[in-house]
Design a protein around this ligand. Structure first.
Ligand code: BTN
Length: 227
């Protein structure tokens, strides 16, 4: 799946680069000048982080669970390095209550573009971000290409599983690493929904136990209540 790789010094966004070029490869950048996150947010992309994107042209069973399959791959790769990481439904990976990785999934006419930002060797972040890096957690630096190759390997395997057997084979692994499971969370709908994060449905949706009963959540951002 990941047979060619382009490594750039600087780019506006690896996601936009792929859109413009229509090339099927993994594109990595040392820095991004206009790194993007979900909901039009920006993604701080100073040197030291791992910023990359790749296109998918295949079809997957349970396509809506792609972000979870990728987040699981990130957790498993980090576990191989000795870190304990959790999946903040549906697109983020956290270590010690702070964000270490964000995942962007964008559909174009004929491709699905996956963008991953993993904080590796950054020494600081804008304070309001509540972000961390592998260096800040462990006190040591990591080789970006090593991390990238290990992550691509995990992603490749999980995408094979998703493609052939569907989300059911990944669900337990995701659930084990799900942040806030069993805790009271707020979902930022309008007005916000409060409930206990009770389960992850077979389709990869969140099951919230609210005062009005069980609610299945298809998209959105959650935080722990009272934070
Ligand atoms: C999020 O947490 O909202 C998703 C962040 C995704 C950031 C990555 S970095 C590589 C790729 N290029 C971008 O501009 N964004 C994604």
């Amino acid at each position: 799946r990941f047979y060619s790789l382009v490594w750039l010094e600087e780019v506006s966004s690896t996601q936009d680069w792929l859109k413009e070029k229509s090339i099927n490869c993994v594109v990595v950048a040392r820095r991004q000048t206009k790194g993007r996150g979900r909901y039009g947010r920006s993604w701080q992309s100073d040197e030291g982080g791992l910023y990359f994107s790749f296109p998918l042209t295949e079809t997957f069973k349970d396509e809506q669970t792609l972000p979870l399959a990728i987040a699981l791959s990130v957790c498993q790769m980090l576990e191989d390095y000795g870190f304990l990481a959790s999946i903040k439904w549906v697109n983020d990976v956290y270590i010690g209550g702070k964000k270490i990785c964000g995942i962007l999934v964008e559909k174009t006419k004929d491709r699905t573009l996956i963008g991953i930002g993993l904080n590796v060797n950054q020494k600081r972040f804008t304070e309001s971000l509540q972000a961390t890096s592998l260096l800040l957690v462990s006190g040591r630096e990591y080789h970006l290409a090593d991390v990238l190759l290990k992550l691509l390997d995990r992603i490749d395997k999980n995408l094979d599983l998703l493609k052939e057997r569907g989300f059911q084979v990944l669900r337990e692994e995701v659930k084990k690493r799900l942040l806030f499971l069993g805790e009271e969370v707020v979902l930022y709908t309008d007005p916000p929904t409060v409930g206990i994060l009770a389960d992850l449905s077979p389709e990869g949706y969140l099951v919230l136990m609210t005062a009005q009963g069980e609610k299945k959540v298809v998209s959105g951002d959650i935080t722990l209540r009272g934070t």
